[in-house]
Write a protein that binds this ligand. Structure first.
Ligand code: C5P
Length: 242
C-alpha cells in the first residue's frame, strides 16, 4: 500500500465509474498531471477497498476517498478505521451527523493513522449537498436557507475537530472569511470556459475558484471526458496556477 503523499497540485480528478479497468486507465493517463484521485460510492460499492488500492497503488497519487459517512459515532469511527489502511489523503463525513459524530471521526482517523504509522488523513465535513435547495430543506423540517445551514455546519465541523469541508465554489469565499486560513476547502462544480457544464448548474472557472481561497478542486468530466485527458488536466492546473 502506498504511503500518503502530498498532492503536487490542487486538482483531484473524480473517477466516477464502477469499472476497475476504466479507473486504472484514467489513473495511468493522468498520473503525471493531476494532484490526486477522488473515488466515491459508485466505485467503492462495485470494487471495494481492493479496487481502490489497485487504482491508487498503480498511480501513486493521493486519494480523496469520498464515501460521505453518516451514522452513529461508533459506526462512523469504525468505518474511518476500516478505510485507514488505504492511506487516504482525505476522507469525509456528513456534518449533519452531529458534533459528537465528527469528533469520533477525527479521533478515529488519528488513532488509526498512529497505529499504521502513516500521516493522519484530512477529515472533511459535507455540509449541504449542492443538489439540495431551500425547498428540500423545508421538506425535511429544516426552516433555514441552504446558505445559513452551510455556514452553521461548516462552523460546527471546525469546532468538532474536522480539518475542512467540501463546499460549492460559491460558498468558498464566505467560508474562508468565516473560518479563517488553515481550514481546508474542497470544491467541486469547477468548469473551465472550454468545457461544457453537463448537469452542474452553479459552476466557476478554475481561476475564479482559486480567488475564493479554496485549497483543492474536484474536477470530473472535463478531464475524464476529454479526448486528451492529460492535456485537459494540465490545462486546468495551468489555469489554477495563473
Ligand atoms: O464531472 P464533474 O466535474 O461534475 O464531477 C464532480 C464530482 O464532484 C462528482 O464526483 C460529484 O459527485 C462530486 N460532487 C459534486 N457536487 C457536490 C459534491 C460532490 O459535483 N456538491
Amino acid at each position: 500500500m502506498p504511503a500518503v503523499v502530498k498532492p503536487r497540485n490542487p486538482v483531484f480528478c473524480a473517477f466516477d465509474t464502477a469499472l476497475l479497468d476504466q479507473a486504472k486507465s484514467w489513473a495511468k493517463s493522468l498520473a503525471q498531471s493531476i494532484g490526486g484521485i477522488k473515488l466515491g460510492l459508485e466505485f467503492f460499492s462495485a470494487q471495494g477497498p481492493a479496487g481502490v488500492a489497485e487504482v491508487v497503488g498503480q498511480s501513486g497519487l493521493p486519494l480523496f476517498l469520498d464515501l460521505k459517512f453518516h451514522d452513529i459515532p461508533n459506526t462512523v469511527a469504525g468505518a474511518i478505521k476500516s478505510v485507514a489502511p488505504l492511506r487516504p489523503f482525505m476522507v469525509n463525513v456528513h456534518a449533519s451527523g452531529s458534533a459528537t459524530m465528527m469528533r469520533a471521526a477525527a479521533d478515529a482517523a488519528g488513532e488509526a493513522a498512529a497505529k499504521l504509522g502513516s500521516p493522519r488523513p484530512l477529515v472533511l465535513g459535507v455540509t449541504i449537498l449542492t443538489s439540495l435547495d431551500d425547498g428540500d430543506l423545508a421538506a425535511v423540517g429544516m426552516q433555514t436557507s441552504t446558505a445559513d445551514q452551510v455556514r452553521r455546519l461548516a462552523a460546527l465541523a471546525k469546532s468538532s475537530g474536522l480539518d475542512g469541508v467540501v463546499c460549492s465554489p460559491h460558498e468558498a469565499a464566505l467560508l474562508r472569511r468565516d473560518l479563517g486560513p488553515g481550514f481546508v476547502l474542497v470544491t467541486p462544480g469547477v468548469r473551465p470556459t472550454w468545457a461544457g457544464a453537463q448537469d452542474q448548474k452553479r459552476v466557476m472557472t478554475p481561476a475564479e475558484v482559486l480567488a475564493t481561497g479554496a485549497d483543492y478542486v474536484v474536477v470530473g468530466r472535463p478531464i475524464t471526458g476529454a479526448a486528451d485527458q492529460a492535456a485537459a488536466a494540465q490545462r486546468i492546473v495551468t489555469e489554477l496556477a495563473a
